[in-house]
Design a binder for this molecule. Structure first.
Ligand code: PLP
Length: 392
C-alpha cells in the first residue's frame, strides 16, 4: 500500500528533474556565473590567501543582502559558530541552550568553547526552537544572579542561546528574542541553512547579537567551504575579525598578537567563488520557490505525507524541501525505495541528545523533536535549471 506512495513520490521527483538523468542528487551546486572568471583573476593577482579584494567585497555583499551592518567572512560555518560564541563571551564551564534538531556543528561549536549544550524542544511546524519549550525551561530551571542567567541545578551560567532555522524554514525568532532579552541571555542565530530566508521581512541571523551563515558545498550558495558571522554591533564585529585573524595587531611589518587568536579568515580564492555565487542568489531563490510550489501541488492531495511550508510572516529559501510522513514505517520504506532507485533522499539528523558525546546533556521533554526524527525526509532540491521541468 505505502510502497505505492513511495513510487509516486519518486515519480514526481524524477518528473521535476530530467527524466533521463540516472541519478538525482539531493543538492548539487551550480556554477553558471562568474565563478571561473573571478577565480582566474584571483590567481593572476597572486592574492589567493586571506587578504584580498574578493574577501572585502564578499563581506560588503553579505552585509547588503542580509541587512546586517557587518559581515566577517571565515573558513566555514562551524568556525563562524565557534567565533561568534567566543566573541559573545562563552567560556569553559558555561552552558549554552540549543535545539536537538540540528547539524552536529551547532553542538560541537559549543563544546569547542568548553561549554555544555542544553537542549530544548522544537515546534512541529518550523522544526526550529520552540518558544514555549524555551520559556518553560528558563522559568523552571534558572535564576538571575547579578545580571547573569544561572542554571539552578548546576550552578552554571547560561552564556548563550543558539536556535537554528532548520532547512531554511524560519523559526519563531521574535519570540525567542524576547525571551533571551527577558532572561539576559545573548542570542546567536545559526542561520547556516537560511541565507535568503526572512521572518517579518527581517533576514534570519539578524535578530540576536550575532548570526552565522555557511557556504559549504551543499548549501544554497557555496564556495567550497566558507562561513560568515553577521552582526549590527561594531565592537563585536571588530573583535570577531581580530580573533579570526590570529589576533594580530595591525602593523606593516611587526608581528604582535594580543590574545589567543584563530586562523579562521576566508581565503580570497574561496571569496572569489562566493562573490560570483552571490550574484545569482535571487535566481537560485526564485527557482527554489518554483520547485517548492511544484512539490506542494502534488503533496496537497496526499493523505499520508505532508509537505513543509513556511509559517505565517516567514519567507523560506527552500534550501532543502522537506516532507513529513504520518508513520515511521512509511518514511523507512520511502528512504529505501528512493535511494535504491537513484533518487537521493535523506532522513533528518539523529537528535543531538542521542549522540554519544551529548547524551548526558541537560534537556527538556523532547517529544516534538522525537516525533519529527521518526518522520522527516528531505527530497532533491538542486537548482539545476537546465534539468528542471517544472511545468508538468
Ligand atoms: C552547514 C551547517 C553548519 C556548519 O557549516 P560548515 O560550513 O559545514 O562548517 C552549521 N550549522 C548548521 C545547522 C548547518 O547546516
Amino acid at each position: 500500500m505505502s510502497n505505492i506512495l513511495a513510487r509516486e513520490i519518486v515519480k514526481i521527483i524524477r518528473k521535476a528533474y530530467d527524466d533521463n538523468e540516472d541519478f538525482v542528487p539531493l543538492h548539487e551546486p551550480v556554477f553558471n556565473g562568474n565563478e571561473k572568471k573571478y577565480l582566474l583573476e584571483t590567481i593572476d593577482s597572486t592574492f589567493v590567501s586571506s587578504v584580498g579584494e574578493f574577501v572585502n567585497r564578499f563581506e560588503r555583499d553579505i552585509a547588503a543582502v542580509t541587512g546586517a551592518a557587518y559581515a566577517i567572512a571565515v573558513v566555514n560555518g562551524t568556525a563562524a559558530l565557534h567565533l561568534a560564541l567566543m566573541v559573545a563571551g562563552v567560556k569553559y564551564g558555561d552552558e549554552v541552550i540549543t535545539q536537538p534538531i540540528t547539524f552536529v556543528a551547532t553542538a560541537n561549536s559549543i563544546s569547542h568553547c568548553g561549554a555544555m549544550p542544553a537542549f530544548v524542544d522544537v515546534d512541529e511546524d518550523t522544526m526550529g526552537m520552540s518558544p514555549g519549550s524555551l520559556k518553560k525551561f528558563l522559568v523552571e530551571n534558572t535564576r538571575n544572579e547579578a545580571g547573569n542567567c544561572i542554571n539552578k541545578a548546576t550552578g552554571k551560567r547560561i552564556a548563550a542561546c543558539v536556535p537554528m532555522h532548520t532547512f531554511g524554514f524560519p523559526l519563531r525568532i521574535d519570540e525567542i528574542r524576547s525571551l533571551c532579552l527577558e532572561f539576559n541571555i545573548p542570542l546567536i542565530e545559526d542561520a547556516a541553512e537560511s541565507l535568503g530566508s526572512f521572518y517579518k521581512d527581517k533576514h534570519t541571523g539578524t535578530f540576536g547579537i550575532m548570526g552565522i551563515l555557511s557556504f559549504n558545498g551543499n548549501k544554497t550558495l557555496t564556495c567550497g567551504g566558507g562561513g560568515a558571522v553577521i552582526t549590527n554591533d561594531h565592537k563585536l564585529a571588530r573583535l570577531a575579525k581580530h580573533i579570526s585573524t590570529t589576533a594580530k595587531v595591525p602593523h606593516a611589518w611587526e608581528f604582535v598578537h594580543d590574545m589567543v587568536g584563530y586562523n579562521y579568515r576566508m581565503p580570497n580564492l574561496n571569496a572569489a567563488v562566493a562573490c560570483a555565487q552571490l550574484e545569482q542568489l535571487d535566481l537560485f531563490l526564485k527557482i527554489k520557490k518554483e520547485l517548492a510550489d511544484y512539490y506542494d501541488a502534488f503533496f496537497q492531495d496526499q493523505e499520508d505525507v505532508r509537505f513543509v511550508r513556511e509559517i505565517d510572516n516567514a519567507r523560506a529559501n527552500y534550501w532543502l524541501n522537506t516532507i513529513v510522513f504520518a508513520q515511521k514505517e512509511q518514511k523507512e520504506e520511502f528512504l529505501e525505495y528512493s535511494n535504491s532507485n537513484s533518487v537521493m533522499t535523506r532522513p533528518i539528523w539523529r537528535l543531538m541528545n542521542k549522540l554519544p558525546m551529548y547524551q548526558n546533556c541537560q534537556k527538556t521533554n523532547l517529544d516534538v523533536a522525537e516525533f519529527l526524527e521518526e518522520r522527516v525526509v528531505n527530497i532533491p532540491s538542486s537548482v539545476v535549471k537546465s534539468k528542471l521541468h517544472l511545468t508538468v
